[in-house]
Design a protein around this ligand. Sequence first.
Ligand SMILES: *Cc1c(COP(=O)(O)O)cnc(C)c1O
Length: 357
Amino acid sequence: MMIETSSFFDIHKTETSRINQVDFDNLEFGRVFSDHMFLMEYENGEWMRGKIEPYGPFTMSPASMVFHYGQAIFEGMKAYRLADGGVSIFRPGKNIERFNLSAKRMCMPEVPEEIFMEALATLVELDKEWVPNGDEASLYIRPFMIATDSYVGVKASEKYAFSIFTCPVGAYYKGNVNVKVERKYTRATPGGTGYAKAAGNYAGSLYPSRLAREEGFDQLIWTDAIEHEYIEESGTMNAMFVLNGGLVSPATSDTILNGVTRDSVLTIARDLGINVDIRKVAVSELRSGLESGSITEAFGVGTAATIKPIAEIGIDGIHYPLKHVDNPKSIANQLLKELDGIRRGKIEDRHAWNIPV
Ligand SMILES: *Cc1c(COP(=O)(O)O)cnc(C)c1O
């Protein structure tokens, strides 16, 4: 086993790569894990020296605080295979910034940006062969942090583990998505943790999502916790609508996750001369826009699914189809083409979003 070192961590490479066991033409999202992972532990008020080692299980005490009190946060970003064969990570600085915002909200230690960035770049470089080729394929990168102190009692843990692993992935959704506007259950409340990528937010969303699936929907669009009248976002995607040819998206707040894809798509829309309107979107406005035909497209934007056109929206039991869902010239498709072209090095990276490894 070869051991190399960086200034912050040691590198133990695997002797037996699993890459030949992978069917890269049929990748199921999130089920295949690359050869290596990063791990770094925090105790006595500081981060210990980290390591990159073969991907594998952790051993943990049953009293580890994450199992009981839920201090757990994560991130999701992607590395892409470029047209020239190279590999780059898309806007990792944004994810690091948001990770540390989530850490702060959950009383967890921040990870120094320099260490985080070096860990990402080294891990992706080491498993470069795992970055797939193909239209919807990429290497999904999952950093996360958990509370590891063995202690019974509600307080912030004194020990943490920060880890990163990666997954070669294909498309997140296969086919069109139907969404339900949720008017009973709540994902996030003002003053709560909705703006953080904190594990508990997702646990709480599962039951309403299951009910929606039983009604035949793939996803929810959440509304505000107080009136259930203003559109917030979808499960792991921010929401966008095309109204009279312009792009409309709810403003972010402490109940809406500030998506990197959202920011990228809004920037590209402005670049392409599309009118962008960031404001509250009422369910009543959505309904009347769908009835009158002034709303022609709706889509979710997020790292995992990229830009996902919505085929049908359910509001209070009525199903509204979206006209342009399969139109190759739709605004969603124009934006996707531009974003994807930039990420894959086919269109000039005019905002310096790609970080080559
Ligand atoms: C991760 C996530 C998004 C999308 O954020 P990206 O940075 O674009 O991946 C949107 N909403 C929620 C709730 C999320 O967890």
